[in-house]
Design a protein around this ligand. Structure first.
Ligand code: TYM
Length: 348
């Protein structure tokens, strides 16, 4: 069976949207919308899987949901042509996640490295939601029967799990799926799109750690709402080594901080690391950093400015989400109706 190409991805509203989220995900969302149908989701139900003090409570969640929506639009996503909405407003995500809780195996979830990282040492005290999170993520994608999922490298394992869940559902219910005229596969096996020089942006303070929303030092990341001065200061203070830049990519291998800055430059300028090194090979970091500041300010400044403006306009943002939720529900409702029939739930 062939499935219509459809792009789906999500971003958590947990504050501090940063350059990693932008280059690894949102910028790719914008590129894909030119020749695909796309659904982009603010995954608010995922946000509450961590302790309330971390996700910020009701006001924090509302603010962050509007902020991610504003970031999508400010970055260039067209919410009229595509669908932008927040997860909690389309109840089929939670319904399908329950079915997937019964399809996925505990052994599969036990292998998820992100759960281990986020739960830390006190695993007994992590929420059940954090543990079952990848099943909800699979439901997010598959409730639209989406085929392509642009994400950063850190989501690769979750995507593999989503494929395993889709496959197991297709196998477990193969007769019921065929009997109802859906052929031999009800769900597609969604493909991750993890490409380019910025699939894993690292902390500006430590090239061995991922740039993250939760890192305590604000100097570790460039936030999308940082102004030009903050961007400049953070790049100038970014950790480097004393050597000049190499002229070939293999020279970056033992130099994680240099590799990271070159990757950021390449992603912001839509080139490759090799191209950047052709231009800057042999240069001192001070010169390279000045060029990177100019590039980053030119690329991110307008997005941050527009985000700050949009986020004030609650009526507009909330209307975008309501409209998107309605259109998303129309698709998700059809899938869930079919899933209920396939599983054998009695109803109309
Ligand atoms: P989240 O909210 O942590 O991150 C949003 C997107 O940003 C990417 N990303 C990065 N890319 C490069 N370098 C980094 N340092 C970096 N940090 C984050 C993430 O890979 C992601 O693409 N579970 C997901 C949200 C989600 C989802 C989905 C995604 C929920 N349901 C369905 C795709 C499809 C998450 O927590 O992303």
């Amino acid at each position: 069976m062939s499935f219509k190409e459809l792009v789906f991805s999500g971003v958590q509203p947990t504050g501090n949207l940063h350059l990693g989220n932008y280059l690894g995900a949102i910028k790719r969302f914008v590129e894909l919308q030119n020749n695909h149908d796309c659904i982009y989701c603010v995954v608010d139900m995922h946000a509450i899987t961590v302790p309330i003090a971390v996700w910020g409570g009701p006001e924090g969640l509302t603010r962050a949901t509007r902020e991610v929506t504003a970031a999508f639009i400010a970055s260039g996503i067209d919410p009229k042509k595509h669908i932008v909405f927040n997860q909690s407003q389309v109840h089929e995500h939670a319904e399908l996640a329950w079915v997937f809780n019964c399809v996925a195996r505990i052994g599969w979830l036990n292998r998820m490295t992100q759960f281990k990282e986020k739960a830390g040492k006190d695993r007994e005290n992590a929420s059940v939601g954090l543990y079952a999170y990848p099943n909800l993520m699979a439901a997010d994608i598959l409730v639209y029967r989406a085929t392509h999922v642009p994400v950063g490298e850190d989501q690769k394992q979750h995507l593999e799990l989503a494929r395993d869940i889709a496959q197991k559902f297709n196998n477990d219910f193969s007769e019921s799926i065929a009997a109802r005229g859906f052929g031999d596969m009800f769900f597609p096996l969604p493909e991750p799109i993890i490409q380019g020089p910025a699939t894993r942006i690292m902390s500006l303070r430590d090239g061995s750690k991922k740039m993250s929303k939760s890192e305590p030092s604000d100097y570790s990341r460039i936030n999308l709402t940082d102004d030009a001065d903050a961007i400049a200061q953070k790049i100038r203070k970014a950790k480097t080594d004393p050597e000049p830049l190499p002229s070939e990519e293999k020279g970056l291998e033992p130099r994680p901080e240099a590799d990271n800055l070159v990757g950021i430059y390449a992603a912001l300028s839509d080139t490759t690391k090799a191209d950047v090194l052709r231009e800057f090979g042999g240069a001192q970091f001070s010169n390279f950093k000045s060029a990177l500041v100019d590039l980053a300010v030119a690329a991110l400044g307008p997005i941050g400015g527009e985000m700050k403006r949009l986020v004030q306009d609650h009526a507009y943002i909330d209307a975008v989400l309501a409209d998107g939720s309605q259109r998303a529900s129309a698709i998700a409702g059809k899938t869930m109706k079919a899933v209920k029939e396939i599983v054998g739930f009695v109803g109309r």
